[in-house]
Structure formats: C-alpha cells, structure tokens
Design a protein around this ligand. Structure first.
Ligand code: NAG
Ligand code: NAG
Ligand code: NAG
Ligand code: NAG
Ligand code: NAG
Ligand code: NAG
Ligand code: NAG
Length: 494
C-alpha cells in the first residue's frame, strides 16, 4: 500500500508537473509506519522525509540506506542553505531519483559539486515548489546521468548564459517561475533535450534561435506567458513536433515562425487574441503542421488566408471564436483535412460549396451556432460517413428541415441527440426527430427527393434484380407444377 504510494509519487513528479499546477506531492501522504528518530522512514528502496523537523540535515544522513534508489524530502522546515547541509548526499551511488518538494531552499550557493560526486546514476532531480531564485548550473555538472530536471514552481527570474552541461537530459521543466525573457544565447548545451517546458512564466521575449542548439527537441511548451510574437528564426531543421503557445497575447497568425520546423505536427494557439490571418501569403512560409488549434480566439470572418500556410492540415479547431461568416473557399488550401470543429461560434450559414474539394472529412462539428437551415445541396456534398455534430442550433422546422433529418437518420453514425426546433413556435424545443415535420413537403427541383440520399448498401441494383427474378421465376415454375398436379385429375374428370 505504502509502496504503491511511493511509486505513485515518483510517477506524479514525471507526468503532472507540466500542467501548470504546483503539486505538493506529499500533502495527502500516509504517516511513516516505523519512523527513524529523525521522523524519516524507508519504503522499499525509497527513503522519505516528509514534514519532519530537522535541525541538521545530518540528522538523517546516517539513516539513509546506501542502496536507496529514491530519496524524497518534502515539507521539512529545513532550509538547506549552509555548506554541509548537503553532506547526506555522499555515497548514494545507487540513487536514481532525488526530489525536494515544497522545500525552503532559496539559494543553492553553498551546495558544492563535490557533495554530488557520487550521484553518478541520478536520473531525476526535482526541486519543485520552493523559493529558488537562481539555479547554478555549474554546481550540478557531476550529475552525468541526469535525464529529468524539474525546477517548476520556484521563483527563478532568469536563466543564465552558462552551459547546461547535461549530456543526457531529456526533460527540462521550468514552468511556474518568473522568467521574463529567453534569449538566443541562453540554454546552451542541451543537445539531447526532448521536452522544454517554459509555461506559466512571464515571458514576453522568446528568441527562436535558442532552439538551434536543441536539435532533438520535440515538445516546446510556452503557454501561459506574455508573448505577442516570437523573435528571430531558427536556421536548423529540428525535430520539433509540438509547439504550444496557448494563453499568450498573439493578435495574428505568424506562420513564418514555424516554417523551419520540418517535423512540426501540432501548433496550439488556443486562448490568444487572434482576429486576423497573416497579412501576406508567402509560399516559402508553408509549414508541415498537421493539427492547428485556434480555439478561444476572436476570429470573426473565416477566410482561406488562415490556412494557406498550412496545406498539410488534418485537424482544424476554430471552436469558441466569434465567427459569423465563413468564406466559400475557406478550406481551399487544406485538401487532406479530416476533422473540423467550428462549434460555439455565431455561424448562421454554411456555404454550399464549402467542402466541395474536401474528400476526406470524417468529423464536422458545428454545434452551438446559429444555423437554422442546412442547404440540401450542401448535405448532398457531405458523405453520409461524415460524423456531423449539429446539436445546439436553432433549427427552422418546416419543409427545409426534412433533408437534414433524413441525412442524420441515414448517416453512418446518427447523432445520439438530434437538434431541436427553434421555430415554428408550436414545435419549439422539440427534437427534430420527434417533432412532426410537415408531411406534404413539396420539393422543387433544386431540393433532392429522399431517394437520392441512399446508403451505399442499396446500390448495385443489377445483381439484386437478377436474383429476384430467378427466385420469382422458380416460384412460378413450382406453382405451375403443383397446380397441374392438383387440377389435372379434375380436368380429366370434367
Ligand atoms: C515542527 O515544529 C513546529 C514548531 O517548531 C511545530 O509547529 C510542528 O508541528 C512540528 N512538526 C512536526 C511534524 O513535528
Ligand atoms: C525546525 O524544527 C525544529 C524542531 O522544532 C527546530 O528546532 C528548528 O529550529 C526548526 N528549523 C527551522 C529552520 O525553522
Ligand atoms: C562516504 O563518503 C565520504 C566522503 O566521500 C567518505 O569519506 C566515506 O568513507 C564514505 N562512507 C562510506 C561508508 O562509504
Ligand atoms: C561539460 O562536460 C564536459 C565533459 O562531459 C567537460 O569536459 C566540461 O568541462 C564540462 N563543462 C562544464 C562547464 O562543466
Ligand atoms: C514569411 O512571410 C513573411 C511575410 O508574411 C516574410 O516577411 C518572410 O520573409 C517570409 N519568410 C520566409 C522564410 O519566406
Ligand atoms: C494529401 O494526402 C495525399 C495522400 O496521402 C498526399 O499525397 C498529398 O501530398 C497530401 N497533400 C498535402 C497538401 O499534404
Ligand atoms: C424553449 O427553451 C427556452 C430556453 O430553455 C425557453 O426560454 C422557452 O420558453 C422554451 N420554449 C417552449 C415553448 O418551451
């Protein structure tokens, strides 16, 4: 049970930190069952000091089994700022994880690198939740196996220009600090870095040049900062897959930022103040991105210029904007798009030709807009395999709603909840599925008759007819035989 808790904590420190919440892992931690005099205890190969009153770090130094692989120190009242406070780290050559959580350390100035000389196997160092104002990189160069460094939830104001000399580091977590700028000459020596988390800071200057020294970077988190734009260009084609810049101050799309990243998959611009597309279209600025999220921005008119630089998009999310108009050719440059979310906008009309060239649409979400009518011609252009989400629109329940109802019923995945009628008044709030739509709807030639919307299984009429005729034919033969058998004697008799 307690072992499980330790394992859980150890996982927690790896997985949950980058979501902006400063977690005190030991808040809900079980008491030690058999504590040492210091109040610390051993669980499996982990040594844990949670909430103990230590006067001297060496109070527990002798208690730590030399073979410990994890060392968790949390909620102590000890500030660990004196030379010698760190002696307990000597000889712990099996240590893989060292975690100070909710600590009182504000200054690592007295930590001598010699105290860390035995930590040759240390893979994870967490100093999360504390008062650190500076991280003296040069004091930690003995940690040659370090893969994960978590400095989140401190008071770091700057990252120096020293070399980060960790030759195996995968993850550097700097979220929830007070950083204001990341310059080209900072964060050097991180050639193996795969995740860089700078979210929840106060960054208003970020130079993309800093990424040039991180050829293996895959995930860049810059959300919850104060960026209006990104400075400089990276000249190297990195392996970056994910670029998160949600909750910043961008007012326009800047595709040129991403143009150098040939592996870029997802760009997350959620919760910015983007209203306008890039002003100039430049083919040289096309990006490799496959997913683009523009959720929670302030777009009013969806024009093709938003996507022209992103021809490879598969998923587009422009939900929760203020879109009231979609230009007819809005998706002209994204032929391979499969998922589009337009939900929670102010759209009342979907242009008939909108998806004319899009053959791969799988999911179309237009929930919670102001759509009263979907034109039958538009519905015809939409394959019935498409999953259409249209709930939360004020549907006009007259003859014009019949094609929509039919389309929804015949679609491969009919909705679990059908949209409701807004008008006429007597049908208000009734599901279009339950409401009595007019039965005597007369379709003009522009409105397709119901037979035109048929599931594919009914096609191939030739084979069906041949089989049908064969069956009928043999039935007739059998009947003639029976009749002749029954009635022939009578014939003869008469
Ligand atoms: C530590 O000492 C303080 C007062 O010095 C006391 O309030 C606190 O309860 C003590 N904590 C533990 C875990 O003994
Ligand atoms: C921590 O608690 C112990 C025991 O109460 C006390 O003697 C010591 O002075 C405290 N240390 C700090 C830094 O508050
Ligand atoms: C622990 O390390 C110190 C300093 O390196 C050394 O003097 C001491 O002998 C070591 N103790 C053991 C038990 O290895
Ligand atoms: C960085 O590490 C290399 C070897 O891994 C070493 O030669 C160099 O002195 C280190 N630099 C610093 C600033 O510690
Ligand atoms: C990207 O487009 C901008 C104008 O939007 C232009 O100034 C810049 O030079 C272009 N970059 C490249 C690499 O073509
Ligand atoms: C769309 O997908 C096809 C088939 O996978 C591919 O050949 C084509 O290059 C893609 N087009 C774009 C613009 O990504
Ligand atoms: C339909 O629902 C709205 C909002 O829930 C409500 O204001 C309105 O009175 C309802 N109309 C009818 C006819 O029930």
């Amino acid at each position: 049970m307690l072992r499980n808790t330790v394992f859980f904590i150890s996982l927690l420190s790896r997985i949950f930190i980058s979501h902006g919440v400063c977690i005190n892992h030991f808040d809900v931690y079980d008491e030690c069952a058999n504590p040492f005099p210091s109040g610390c205890c051993v669980f499996g190969s982990a040594f844990i000091c949670n909430g103990v009153n230590v006067t001297d770090a060496n109070d527990f130094a002798d208690e730590i089994p030399q073979t410990s692989s994890d060392l968790f120190i949390a909620n102590t009242n000890k500030s660990f700022i004196n030379d010698g406070d760190w002696k307990f780290l000597y000889n712990l050559s099996y240590l893989q994880e060292l975690s100070f959580n909710n600590h009182k350390i504000s200054n690592l100035g007295n930590l001598k690198s010699v105290y860390l000389k035995d930590l040759v196997q240390l893979k994870l160092l967490s100093l999360s939740v504390g008062n650190l104002r500076k991280f003296p990189v040069e004091q930690f160069t003995n940690l040659m196996s370090l893969r994960y460094l978590d400095l989140s939830c401190n008071k770091l104001q700057s990252i120096g220009e020293e070399r980060w000399n960790f030759s195996l580091l995968n993850d550097l977590i700097l979220s929830n600090n007070r950083l204001t700028a990341v310059r080209a000459e900072q964060l050097k020596g991180l050639g193996t870095l795969s995740t860089l988390d700078l979210s929840y800071n106060r960054i208003s200057y970020f130079s993309a040049k800093v990424l040039e020294s991180m050829p293996n970077l895959k995930y860049l988190h810059l959300s919850f900062n104060r960026l209006l734009h990104v400075s400089d260009h990276s000249q190297r084609h990195t392996k970056l897959i994910f670029w998160g810049i949600s909750s910043n101050l961008f007012v326009s799309l800047e595709p040129s930022i991403f143009h150098d990243f040939k592996s870029l998959h997802t760009i997350d611009y959620t919760k910015n103040s983007i209203k306008d597309p890039p002003r100039v279209y430049s083919k040289n600025n096309e990006t490799s991105a496959v997913v683009l999220s523009l959720q929670f921005n302030v777009i009013e008119i969806l024009s093709p210029l938003f996507f022209d630089h992103f021809p490879h998009l598969n998923g587009i999310n422009v939900a929760n904007n203020r879109i009231r108009q979609i230009e007819e050719n809005a998706f002209r440059s994204v032929p391979n798009v499969t998922v589009i979310s337009l939900s929670d906008n102010k759209i009342n009309t979907i242009p008939i030709q909108l998806f004319q060239h899009l053959k791969n649409i799988e999911i179309l979400n237009v929930q919670f807009n102001r759509i009263q009518i979907l034109h039958p011609q538009f519905l015809l252009s939409l394959n019935t395999d498409v999953q259409l989400f249209i709930y939360g629109n004020p549907i006009l329940c007259d003859c014009q709603a019949v094609p929509l109802l039919k389309w929804l019923i015949l679609s491969a995945t009919p909705p679990s909840t059908f949209p409701s009628c807004q008008s006429p008044e007597e049908l208000q709030n009734q599901s279009i599925y339950d409401s009595k739509l007019p039965e005597d709807c007369h379709y003009s030639t522009s409105i397709p008759a119901s037979t035109e919307i048929t599931p594919t299984s009914y096609r191939n009429p030739l084979n069906r007819d041949v089989t049908f005729m064969l069956i009928i034919g043999s039935l007739i033969v059998v009947l003639i035989c029976i009749f002749s058998k029954i009635f022939c004697p009578a014939c003869k008799a008469s």
